[in-house]
Design a protein around this ligand. Sequence first.
Ligand SMILES: Cc1cc2nc3c(=O)[nH]c(=O)nc-3n(C[C@H](O)[C@H](O)[C@H](O)COP(=O)(O)OP(=O)(O)OC[C@H]3O[C@@H](n4cnc5c(N)ncnc54)[C@H](O)[C@@H]3O)c2cc1C
Length: 380
Amino acid sequence: MKADVLILGGGGAGCSAALHLAQRGARVILLERGLVGSQASGVNHGGVRQQGRHPAEIPLALRSRQMWSRMRDICGTDSEFEACGHLKLARNEAEEAELLRWNAKAAEYGLRPRMIGGNAIRTEVPAFSDRVVAGSLLEEDGAANPRLLAPALARVAREAGATILERHAVTGMARQGDDFALEANGETFIAPILLNTAGYWGGRVAATFGEPVPIESLNPNMLVTEPLPAICPHNLGVVGGDVYLRQISRGNVIFGGGRGESDASIPVSRPLPAPAFNAMARAIEILPVLRDAMVIRSWTGIDGGMPDALPVMGPSRTTPGLIHAFGFSGQGFMLGPAVGAVLAELVLDGRSDTSLDGLGIERFAGHAAPAEDPWKTRLE
Ligand SMILES: Cc1cc2nc3c(=O)[nH]c(=O)nc-3n(C[C@H](O)[C@H](O)[C@H](O)COP(=O)(O)OP(=O)(O)OC[C@H]3O[C@@H](n4cnc5c(N)ncnc54)[C@H](O)[C@@H]3O)c2cc1C
């Protein structure tokens, strides 16, 4: 099968790219090993947060946040997006100084987080303990239901003409002249452009084309409580990130902290008890009302974690036609819509107005190649 663009991986990034390319008339084939959105994009915390991001990511985050407001027009569902605000908490003076430092930086990008002092914050959220000394609230941040986004983007991409093939694990790839040839389910898929949106597994794709990167499997440990009376209307984070919480409209509190474990070659992941208990303790420290809450489920997922916690995004430095967008380091659900829009611009216009400075793969030049041919590893 031939196309203009092959997309390897059907998470939020790949599905959004398929949609934006197909809407502009490109012939697109997306190959997904499982179901679209079945990996990190479908199991994450659902945070739609600009607050606290590294400056290199802020342009993408700003663009994505604009798209979240239009999500129903973009893909037929708002994915339960709610701009409930993200309140990042400080538990000591050093953390408060960190909030102020980021807020000053954010102002350069037009973001206006509101600092709330120790007294005012307990007026705003009476459930906070004395451990909370200050907070920074970015009111336009929010949360969405991660189960809904990638399937909705894929559905609209199909309607726009994209070929989205689920249960198609790419088990090999090669250059064929100026084209890429991907093998999946015994078929060969050919196109001159390849988008590497394979999440954690994107590291293997990059290594195949002579660009190994120090990626690790990142498995945020998640929990959810039984439904509880209203506690706090905002998403909560803390400086340092050892716990984060949000209460959905049904009353359940979804929270996380620490890491689970995974075997990305199968791929499966599972939460671990020690980080789960630690996250519960950290949550109770700031919200004592959670002391008697029943945790009803725990889970994790597999994302690509980079050493600098920034994604790899932009053209390959070794292979014309290959464009990377992977390694979102636990923060890529919010970015997915804009990532796809920018990828489509890079393919069709050769450029994007959204800055990718600091995200290119060249920052890992010199990283040693893995000893084994990455495609000898089982990829299904
Ligand atoms: C538990 C958890 C909590 C998180 N919380 C948040 C949060 O609150 N906010 C936020 O913004 N981000 C969060 N993240 C991060 C976010 O989920 C990810 O960064 C983002 O979803 C990555 O999207 P992606 O499209 O790059 O990758 P993925 O969603 O992993 O998609 C990549 C796809 O590629 C496919 N693939 C891989 N190899 C092959 C192959 N050989 N053949 C075919 N297909 C292949 C995979 O099956 C997968 O579906 C969290 C992540 C986790 C795991």
